[in-house]
Design a protein around this ligand. Structure first.
Ligand SMILES: Cc1cc2nc3c(=O)[nH]c(=O)nc-3n(C[C@H](O)[C@H](O)[C@H](O)COP(=O)(O)OP(=O)(O)OC[C@H]3O[C@@H](n4cnc5c(N)ncnc54)[C@H](O)[C@@H]3O)c2cc1C
Length: 393
């Protein structure tokens, strides 16, 4: 049996390693001049490859009801064992990294394993056509019995995954859920953005779509000259991108002081003899203090005890629900993962085989499944690869 894997990223490499045995021939076709290029940029070069808290609630899909059939408890346990064998891993707050702290090492371990197992590797090989009669014929020259597509989504095309294979899959009859960026910075059009550029703080951010609060995330927030960024923003960005595509009204509410239930009450109790500015200095970046007081229309030199009830309530409002209208989002060059892809309705959840073309399997980001930050996207690449391997061997 000859198995062809198109795309030598995380999912493709993991599948190749687990499928190769003495009785089959496995070949990886990769358009880049090297394998696993995207792995190198993951986790800021440290590769956050798994999370101890792994379940379907951390994943999105346009058919979320199908996720439970794909990501099962058994698959999670099996994948974790495989990762422990391949990479010595270190856990920090549930996030798993390789002990080496280097994404390069993760990539090299996978590639070395492929070489050791005798997997044929063709780099600089872009797949542009796939036909199927009894067997598959790729680019009119390579024949195989089983075909695995692990070409990723459209995010960070510089690493090779540019979404071009979606057209091929669509022509073969698969439904493609419109690929859109996710885990991206969000853009706004406010006059104060250049003043808060560069601030990093911890905050709670909530997405508000057509007036309804959707998702809430806590984490490090980066205030930029064109909007907001950081892991907590990335984690609410998927729904926001979709809502903006649908021309909905989107804003993000920021709670800069989530650890105080009612900041003004606390300030009156603890710091009534200080000026507003001096109190806020204990909590916030000076550039942010100026923006908040300006918006709340409060004199920075006024004493806390002298503020009117209305002023105190405005202060609370801008400290705990600072609203920013979102007008755009980073493109695929800025996004860590692609939402959308091959619809889960067109695959068998137990095997990840296409229900449209026999012996064709889809794994990794090419499918309409995306996870939040924290090792979930590589997590799915590994899990889907192992699921397919089980069914091909
Ligand atoms: C900056 C950044 C940081 C990230 N950090 C993390 C992290 O820390 N943890 C985490 O879990 N996830 C992270 N991710 C997401 C994660 O990297 C991806 O979800 C994961 O690598 C997807 O694996 P894949 O194998 O499905 O696709 P890819 O890794 O994209 O691999 C697809 C491969 O297919 C090849 N290919 C595409 N088309 C063709 C073709 N026509 N012919 C031949 N080859 C083709 C591409 O060149 C590529 O090598 C990050 C992503 C980015 C961009």
């Amino acid at each position: 049996m000859k198995v062809c894997i198109i795309g030598g990223g995380a999912a493709g490499l993991m599948a190749a390693i687990n499928i190769k045995n003495d009785d089959n021939k496995v070949i990886i076709l990769e358009k880049n001049d090297e394998l696993g290029k995207k792995i190198l940029v993951t986790g800021n070069g440290k590769c956050n490859l798994w999370n101890s808290n792994m379940n379907t609630s951390y994943y999105n899909s346009s058919t979320p009801e199908l996720l439970d059939n794909i990501i099962t408890e058994d698959l999670i346990n099996k994948t974790f064992n495989e990762l422990c064998y391949l990479f010595a891993m270190n856990e920090k707050n549930g996030y798993f990294y390789p002990f080496s702290n280097r994404a390069h090492n993760v990539r090299d371990i996978l590639v070395n394993e492929c070489i050791k197992k005798g997997i044929e590797i063709k780099t600089n090989y872009e797949v542009k056509s796939i036909t199927k009669k009894d067997t598959f014929i790729i680019n009119n020259e390579i024949e195989c019995d089983k075909l695995i597509i692990s070409t990723g989504g459209c995010s960070m095309p510089i690493t090779g995954s540019d979404g071009s294979v979606f057209n091929l899959l669509n022509n073969m009859g698969h439904d493609i859920v419109k690929p859109l960026p996710s885990l991206v910075p969000l853009y706004a059009n406010e006059s104060y953005l250049n003043k808060w550029n560069g601030i990093r703080c911890h905050a709670v951010v909530s997405s508000i779509i057509d007036g309804e609060t959707k998702k809430e995330e806590y984490g490090e927030l980066q205030l930029t000259d064109n909007g907001i960024s950081g892991v907590c923003v990335f984690n609410i960005s998927g729904d926001i991108v979709k809502a903006l595509e649908d021309n909905k009204n989107v804003s993000v509410s920021i709670n800069f002081i989530n650890y105080l239930e009612c900041p003004s009450d606390y300030f009156k109790e603890q710091y009534s003899d200080l000026t507003v500015y001096d109190v806020l200095l204990k909590f916030l970046d000076t550039k942010l203090i100026k923006i908040i007081l300006d918006k709340a229309d409060i004199n920075p030199d006024a004493y806390i005890k002298s503020l009117t009830t209305k002023e105190l309530s405005r202060l609370d409002k801008y400290l705990t629900s600072f609203n920013i209208n979102i007008t755009g989002y980073g493109d695929f060059n800025k996004s860590q993962v692609t939402q959308g892809g091959v619809s889960l309705k067109d695959i068998n959840p137990d095997t990840l085989e296409s229900t449209i073309i026999n012996d064709l399997y889809l794994i990794g980001e090419v499918l309409d499944i995306d996870g939040i930050c924290g090792g979930y996207n590589l997590g799915f690449a590994w899990m889907s690869a192992l699921k397919v391997s089980d069914n091909i061997c």
